[in-house]
Design a protein around this ligand. Sequence first.
Ligand code: FAD
Length: 462
Amino acid sequence: MLEKNNNILIIGAGLCGSLLALRLAQRDYNITLIEKRPDLRKTEQDAGRSINLALSDRGLRGLRLAGVEEKAKELCIPMLGRMIHDKEGNTFLSKYSGREDEYINSVSRPGLNMLLLDAVEAMPNVTIHFNLGCKTVDLEKGSATFKNYNTNEEVTFSGDVLLGTDGAGSMVRKSMFLHRKFLFSFSQEWLTHGYKEITIPATKDGGYRTDKSALHIWPRGEDMLIALPNLDGSFTVTLFLPYSNSDYCFDNLTTPEMVTEYFTKEYPDAVALMPNLVEEFFENPTGPLGTIKCAPWHSYGKTLILGDAAHAIVPFYGQGMNASFEDVVVFDEILDKHEGKADWNTIFSEYEKARKKDTDAIADLAVDNFHEMKEHTASPLFQAKRKLETAFEAQFPNKYYSKYSLVTFNEHITYYEALQRGRAQDKAILNLIADGKLPDTMALEEKLKLVIKETEDILHDD
Ligand code: FAD
């Protein structure tokens, strides 16, 4: 039976683990939080590169629950839409929503992680250990053995329950996979693309070299560059490119000349903003992009995985962290319902039952958005659809939510519901535009009625 003073061992003090530790400490559990890396508040990591993420409503809800939303907002730069850059250097802003108060935020990953760690550390019922890498997990006992990277010694910790928030390469999940006493389903799908981060530095006086209130995209069919602003005036640029089998790919961009040729041809206006492009291209690592789905997420009423450990997704909806923070909200709701009445096994089962359908949905939506961002954002049909959707949202704010808005700004519907309705709406609008059924002469309200009717028909047929 779970009791208020149960000892909870959390492995992984990244974004999900830190928020989870904070919330569970606020609920009066005793928390031991263990992290493989050194304390990022004391040691520079990722070779000092600024890495940022898009934080939106679902993530903010998790931060709000733990009382740190306002502090997190101080680290945020609002991004109102996608600034699309064509090959000639022309730009076009496609707003994320027709409703004025709907935008996403660029936030520093280490900045947010540090804020959460500070909040966790301030709780009297939490102990944090750094430099301890989990090597093995005893799922039945809720214990794990760690290597201390300072002393090379092994140390074992146990809790009444063990929660694995150790990210996409989770050791806790691997233990579930290797443990043969229960059936564990696992799938990992890689994209043929990888990613690499490059910097647009601040100007000499600390200013921004391009508009900071947008997420910049250079869509080029197979490849894509995106850029998100940082508080110090710089932008973190991410290149998404195939590993192989393409005119330009990571496998053949092996010389400074090739890198310069590729970027000058595809992204001339961005090249002008990246003075250290070639050095950074060769210095910075290339990362893979994959989706991990698995089940069950829990075992023996002793162990549960959350965040990327349970559902790593590709980054194209900007929802991995947001989904991981939403995990904490859903887990908290289940605790509200059952605390003092049920055992941990019931809590873990209910949590997975409530959550799995939604994390599967956002995983699929993220892959959809990969294709939409690199191929379709520049197409006239897509732009006509977005224009219509933002007009619907501006004039009929309570009647229409685009798929993007349903996923990103509407925390009251689940990812699964957003997928169902969003896909049907997309199909309806694209069909109606392509069939010439939404002529310019038609009133906006009539267009909306037609789109809603077509959407309902599609949902009904499915
Ligand atoms: P992580 O952040 O990976 O944290 C896991 C922690 O566990 C780490 O601190 C790690 O050191 C620790 N750990 C790992 N193994 C061990 C071990 N054996 N023992 C002890 N500790 C261990 N999401 C968004 O919402 N918006 C975005 O814009 C966005 N952009 C992204 C861009 C890219 C290129 C990528 C790759 C991801 C992006 N994401 C984004 C996804 C987001 O980064 C993840 O979903 C999020 O970090 C998940 O949090 P987590 O705590 O579950 O995992």
